[in-house]
Design a protein around this ligand. Structure first.
Ligand code: KG4
Ligand code: ZN
Length: 382
């Protein structure tokens, strides 16, 4: 069964065709990042207009690439993200999908964006059969972490498609915490990839001397909610994170150390990916901030893994691209004897393949209900 997936929940206009929920036959992503960069964040009105301008081109390209793989292939259904996300952005994808489904005479499935991120480790490309043959059920029960610009949530998946929320952020999502810090430090948008690259170069500058690198970091707060509270938002406090204290600590540091953002020309500098450079001191602060986020996420993950009896640990969402987070979470899972599952980097950010793939397994909003569906900007999972 070939499903065309459409994704427009934020700043990527994306479409893909996926066979039987696993095999990606085409995947087209148009990113709007350059349009939002001057504003330091996603502007919903700009996102919506750009989706309107690009959606036909992106869908047409996804279908024509699919035809290159399967000249006589047929699209059997259309799947689309209906939430969570930015309302004016979601509307563009949902309406396009409804129109396509009706004109092609195929069913439409409405999909939860966060749930789709958690399906990404199971995506495979034509020619690689790594996961294509393993039944997803064989990885259950699983602990799953959705970590993106809007979410930092831990779920227990007892069966595929059955989610129980175990923990979450009480304020900013991890991606938001990265982006806000990058804005404060004049590193540009989106901040996550920049911070990742700078922190990587900083760590590499210590060679194999892990201890000296660790000792050089600023002791920022580790994302713990208020002390002495045992339950927050109905969840155990030790399964919740809060990044507001960390953000404030960074702001205070910047206010106290003016030279961080206005360094003298003879300050030592560090080159990072793409030939750009920052002062060594700024790199140290950026690395300390990243380490605080990674440490908080790893702590909660360890707690959850110790409490449950899981076969795998799944991570999905844009922040799962973070190289240090991947390294630490992989080790955390393996130390607990649990298989670590994450997507290929190209499927970590927003894409249509994850929407098409999940729809094969989860057709919970279909038929007339899907055709009548409205967007659900605050849609939750679990
Ligand atoms: O999943 P995604 O593409 O969109 C949402 O559903 O939110 O995630 C976007 C988020 C942004 O906050 C971006 O800064 C973050 O993912 N991100 C990263 C990295 N790459 C993207 N954060 C940390 N390190 C990265 N390498
Ligand atoms: Zn996303």
């Amino acid at each position: 069964m070939n499903i065309l997936g459409i994704e427009t929940s934020c700043d990527e206009t994306a479409a893909a065709v996926v066979k039987d929920g696993r095999s990606v036959l085409s995947n087209v992503v148009y990113t709007q990042i350059p349009l939002h960069r001057p504003y330091g964040g996603v502007v919903p009105e700009i996102a919506s207009r750009a989706h309107v301008e690009k959606i036909s081109e992106v869908v047409t390209e996804a279908i024509s690439k699919f035809r290159e793989c399967e000249p006589d292939g047929k699209i059997d259904a259309v799947a689309v993200t209906y939430g969570p996300g930015l309302s004016p952005a979601l509307i563009v994808g949902l309406n396009a999908a409804k129109g396509l489904a009706v004109s092609m005479g195929v069913p439409i499935y409405c999909i939860n964006h966060i749930e789709a991120h958690l399906h990404t480790p199971f995506l495979s490309d034509v020619g690689d059969d790594v996961y294509a043959s393993c039944p997803i059920e064989s990885k259950m029960p699983a602990l799953a972490l959705a970590i993106s610009g809007g979410h930092t949530n831990w779920f227990e998946l007892s069966n595929y498609g059955s989610y129980r929320l175990l923990g979450q952020t009480l304020d900013d999502a991890a991606g938001e915490a990265f982006d806000k810090a990058a804005k404060l430090l004049n590193l540009g948008y989106p901040g996550g990839p920049k911070i990742d690259s700078i922190a990587k170069a900083y760590r590499a500058s210590f060679g194999e001397d892990f201890r000296r690198w660790k000792d050089s970091l600023e002791p920022f707060p580790k994302g713990c909610p208020r002390e002495g509270v045992s339950v927050l938002a109905g969840l155990p406090a030790d399964m919740c994170v809060s990044f507001s204290g960390l953000k404030t600590a960074l702001l205070r540091y910047v206010q106290k150390h003016h030279e961080l953002l206005s360094p003298s020309p003879d300050e030592p500098r560090l080159e990072y990916k793409g030939g750009e450079s920052v002062t060594l001191e700024l790199a140290r602060i950026v690395s300390s901030y990243q380490e605080a986020i990674v440490g908080a996420v790893a702590d909660r993950t360890r707690t959850a893994l110790k409490r449950g009896d899981y076969k795998s640990f799944i991570i999905g969402g844009g922040v799962s691209l973070n190289s240090r987070l991947r390294e630490v979470l992989k080790r955390t899972a393996e130390n607990e004897g649990v298989e670590f599952l994450t997507a290929k980097p190209k499927y970590c950010g927003d894409n249509g393949a994850m929407i098409a793939a999940l729809a094969y397994y989860r057709r919970n909003l279909t038929g007339e209900d899907a055709l009548a569906a409205d967007v659900s900007p605050s849609l939750e999972l679990g």
